[in-house]
Design a binder for this molecule. Structure first.
Ligand code: G4P
Length: 291
């Protein structure tokens, strides 16, 4: 399927990040565990050159746990500190502080040798839309922590938040847009809800999801809609039939009794995004890192 995309959106947030990057020790990058590759903006590597890097695979509760482990290996092999988390429930969040400290250990020790004690590590949190950045920051910061206010040289709207005496977070407003040329990446981004549904054809997107589920995770479809998926590689008529069954099971029928396929597609996409089709990962890391 062809997704129209306008990466011009990206520049404002990127500019703000570039302006503040010199003040930051570590970049905490939030990714969607269901599509860790598609949900990375590759420009962050350029921005974060020379900085410590922490990757958080968020929404790990919605992803296949074997794939979570495979992606953890993938990022560790590339020099990142990695954790899987669920920012909504808080699972995995306790480990973040020690991992950030570990990621910045050299810097902390260098400071100590120079007699700079008690200087907090400064972290910038980045993530594309819907990856769970607000949920993460609220959960990580907690309600009691006050914002420390602006400092000279920091973009006015950006705020330093003191997590504890050893860590400050730079809360960057604005959105890091995803970036892609490969249409497959666009499909993953649309499926995880990081690209607005209005710019995609819901039925075609549902077909992409059905294709993936029939191959890798058919049980969820069977369980949720009481249907047999049949082939691991369904053709268009077979996938249309699956949407028809979903429409009938949910009573989505037009006046003449015709199943409403677009509505069925919407239900399927919502169910997937909410984890009601089981734990599903859309992307497999390159074979050397797979389980
Ligand atoms: P953003 O700032 O990156 O755009 O994302 P935001 O925090 O608004 O989160 C987007 C959606 O993802 C929210 O759901 C949020 O609850 C959910 N979410 C965030 N982290 C996790 C996670 O680790 N696991 C799961 N399962 N969901 C997560 P929503 O439906 O938009 O809102 P709500 O109904 O949950 O309030």
């Amino acid at each position: 399927m062809n997704i129209q995309w306008y990466p011009g959106h990206m520049t404002k947030a990127m500019r703000a990040m570039k302006a503040d990057i010199a003040m930051v020790d570590v970049i905490i990058e939030l990714l969607d565990a269901r599509a860790p590759f598609a949900s990375r903006n590759p420009d962050i590597d350029e921005l974060g050159r020379g900085k410590s890097r922490v990757v958080l695979l968020n929404k790990a509760d919605l992803a296949d746990d074997r794939m979570n482990e495979a992606w953890i290996r993938y990022f560790k092999n590339r020099g990142f500190f990695v954790l899987k988390i669920n920012a909504k429930s808080g699972t995995g969040m306790k480990q973040i502080l020690p991992v950030v400290q570990e990621a910045c250990r050299e810097k902390i020790e260098r400071n100590r040798r120079r007699g700079i004690l008690n200087r907090p590590v400064r972290a910038m949190v980045v993530g594309i839309p819907n990856v769970g950045k607000s949920t993460f920051i609220n959960s990580f910061v907690g309600k009691s922590k006050a914002k420390t206010g602006n400092k000279p040289g920091v973009t006015r709207a950006n705020q330093w938040i003191r997590i504890n005496p050893s860590l400050e977070l730079l809360d960057t407003p604005g959105v890091l847009w995803p970036k892609f040329e490969d249409p497959g990446i666009g499909v993953s981004l649309a499926l995880i809800g990081s690209i607005n549904d209005e710019i995609v054809n819901k039925e075609e997107l549902a077909f992409e999801l059905i294709r993936h589920l029939c191959r890798y995770a058919p049980e969820g479809l069977k369980r949720r809609y009481d249907l047999e998926t049949g082939s691991e590689e369904p053709d268009i008529p077979a996938m249309t039939q699956i949407l028809e069954i979903i429409a009938r099971r949910r009573g989505l029928l037009a006046k003449g009794g015709e199943p409403e396929l677009e509505k069925a597609a919407g239900i399927l996409l919502d169910d997937f995004r909410a984890g009601r089709l089981g734990t599903v990962t859309l992307e497999v890391p390159p074979s050397g890192d797979a389980a």
